[in-house]
Write a protein of this length. Structure first.
Length: 449
């Protein structure tokens, strides 16, 4: 039954994303269809969530989605006709590897019940609230003060509720199918970098497999880190080859993670800042050039994918009085920062823990990057693809340090219980930057003297 529902949901999400992505972004794009699939799916997840946020009814949103998706799928096959080829000869091995990896994670995700506290008591508890009330509005119970982190974005809880609604029951396994569905786009994107090289092997081993447990226990941090790293890979490739689909795909990743966790909004803003820095630092970019990057249809696509974030994080959340427990931006938080900076203990403790915690790979990622960068200098090669990833990793790290400085919770407790999760995005982005350096070193070694 799970296999059937999985397949139906993949088709459902693809159908929702196809008309928006194709009409507004891909109409004249000649990229391989394999590279378009994750872009269409990511757009589909955001369109699905937008529909749910607008109509707020679980049943009605699914009904509307099925109608739109069914029409889009019919349109897709009519439009493609006999010219459509999904599997080209050069795509067979990467596709086989994608399917093998997804199958592996499918069983890993669904073989264990919801046991981890954050997954059971936050994300999938929110999903159960939506499923029980059959709505995402206040009738689900967000106003109750005992609900943990009611302000968190709802993309995955809403998707989990939809999956359980279609299955017809709730248990500790069924809603985890949403984790598998959301994993498909980044896996496809990772294999769009496929080559028979050490750099690609390094990328695959460190990202999908390095995140392993965080991708199947129900933690959202693993997915935020994965999508953040993939967005940096796509943006890095864009600044190397200037392929517009890479830019759009990178932005779609940032839009998606802003609907997974509050930190995702921060990462998205930093990611956009990194794009602006790269463009402005080129010395050739002018504001008028934006017309060459974003056409009117593409701006329409952009409006669609950022609407779920605006609706939830900047409208519903404040309309319903849902606040975070960190008191960010308040006078209390500013005093907390000053106190911890002046006590001579807290700031060094935060730096030491974030870098050298036994479950934090930041120091290892940085060492790998520095060694690779040194080898790049020796080979006398120059690239800029790694810069967006390092900008994002650095600024995000500084923001996380600031959050630890202002947290109203006991600092030792907060560090101990979260550091291995919060540093995932930092180390993953550093790894994304390192990949480009390793790839360039390999290319340099192939050049005959």
């Amino acid at each position: 039954m799970f296999f059937v529902v999985s397949g139906l949901f993949i088709i459902f999400i693809f159908g929702l994303g196809y008309p928006v992505a194709n009409f507004l972004c891909l109409k004249n794009d000649d990229s391989p269809f394999m590279e378009k699939i994750p872009f269409i799916l990511t757009t589909g997840f955001l369109v699905n969530h937008l529909i749910f946020l607008l109509v707020q009814s679980l049943k009605l949103s699914l009904l509307m989605g099925v109608i739109i998706s069914s029409c889009a799928i019919v349109w897709f096959f009519i439009k493609q006709g006999n010219d459509f080829k999904f599997i080209h000869k050069e795509n067979r091995l990467p596709l086989a590897m994608i399917l093998s990896l997804l199958l592996l994670y499918y069983f890993a995700i669904l073989s264990d019940p919801l046991e981890w506290w954050d997954a059971r008591s936050i994300w999938f508890f929110h999903a159960k609230m939506i499923w029980s009330a059959q709505t995402i509005n206040l009738n689900a119970g967000w106003h109750n003060s005992w609900i943990p982190h009611a302000d968190y974005p709802k993309l995955i809880p809403a998707l989990a509720a939809q999956v359980s609604y279609v299955l017809g029951y709730w248990n500790e396994y069924a809603p985890k199918l949403s984790l598998f569905l959301i994993l498909i786009p980044p896996v496809f994107w990772i294999f769009s970098f496929y080559s028979r090289s050490f750099s690609f092997l390094f990328l695959v081993l460190v990202l999908p497999f390095g995140l392993k447990t965080y991708l199947w226990i129900g933690s959202m941090d693993g997915y935020v880190a994965f999508y953040a790293a993939v967005s940096m890979l796509l943006l890095g490739r864009y600044f190397k080859h200037h392929h517009l689909l890479d830019l759009m795909s990178g932005i779609s990743c940032l839009a998606l993670i802003s609907n997974i966790k509050n930190e995702g909004i921060l990462i998205a803003l930093i990611g956009i800042l990194s794009i602006a820095i790269m463009k402005l630092s080129s010395g050739k970019f002018k504001l008028i050039d934006l017309k060459n990057i974003f056409s009117i249809p593409q701006l329409g696509w952009l409006a669609v994918i950022i609407s779920p974030t605006i609706l939830w994080s900047f409208f519903y959340k404040y309309k319903w009085g849902l606040t975070n427990d960190l008191h960010i931006g308040t006078t209390k938080s500013l005093f907390q920062i000053m106190n911890r900076l002046s006590d001579g203990v807290s700031f060094p403790l935060i730096l030491k823990t974030t870098f050298f915690h036994e479950e934090s790979a930041v120091w290892l990622a940085l060492v790998t990057f520095m060694v690779s960068y040194s080898l790049l200098k020796v080979s006398k090669r120059y690239i800029i693809s790694w810069i967006p990833a390092l900008i994002t990793a650095t600024i995000y790290y500084c923001c996380i340090v600031t959050i630890y400085l202002l947290t109203p919770a006991d600092l030792n407790w907060h560090l101990t219980t979260s550091i291995q999760r919060t540093m995932l995005t930092v180390s993953s982005c550093v790894i994304a930057g390192t990949y480009f350096i390793l790839k360039e070193i390999e290319d340099a070694s192939r050049v005959k003297p």
